[in-house]
Design a protein around this ligand. Structure first.
Ligand SMILES: Nc1ncnc2c1ncn2[C@@H]1O[C@H](COP(=O)(O)OP(=O)(O)OP(=O)(O)O)[C@@H](O)[C@H]1O
Ligand SMILES: [Mg+2]
Length: 114
């Protein structure tokens, strides 16, 4: 059965990290609001360090927002572990799968999920 496509929505999402050099807290992402329509294709553009990967990691569930809520459809997903979300993420570096290509890596999550 075909899965229904869901929207992804960020409402006032922030993530605070600690600067390893100074020990001070800072906003890696501050008050992000974003609506991604079902079936749409979205690019996050911005300078290095502006929080793109942090946003992706929060959507995939590898990081938890310190403020705000992420929704899939109308369901809040902040408390769901990565395996309970219908998401897949390809990491920025080749750290995990150095032997594969883009074309074999990208569909891997989909083929695992049949
Ligand atoms: N685990 C962490 N602990 C502390 N600071 C972090 C951590 N992960 C990321 N940061 C910092 O948070 C900020 C946002 O990082 P992020 O990786 O989301 O940026 P980015 O937009 O993806 O950058 P790039 O274009 O270089 O990939 C940066 O200042 C980064 O150094
Ligand atoms: Mg990044």
């Amino acid at each position: 059965m075909a899965k229904e496509k869901q929207s992804v929505r960020l409402e006032h999402v922030s993530k605070i990290y600690q600067d390893p050099k100074t020990g001070k807290d800072f906003y890696a992402v501050q008050d992000a609001n974003l609506m991604m329509e079902p079936g749409s294709f979205t690019c996050l553009l911005g300078p290095s360090g502006c929080g793109k990967t942090t946003i992706l990691r929060m959507i995939a569930g590898f990081e938890s927002p310190d403020e705000g809520e992420i929704f899939m459809g109308e369901v809040p997903i902040n408390k769901l572990t990565p395996n309970k979300r219908d998401t897949a993420m390809v990491f920025q570096s080749y750290a995990l799968l150095p032997h594969t290509t883009f074309l074999t890596t990208l569909p891997m999550a989909l083929s695992c999920a049949n």
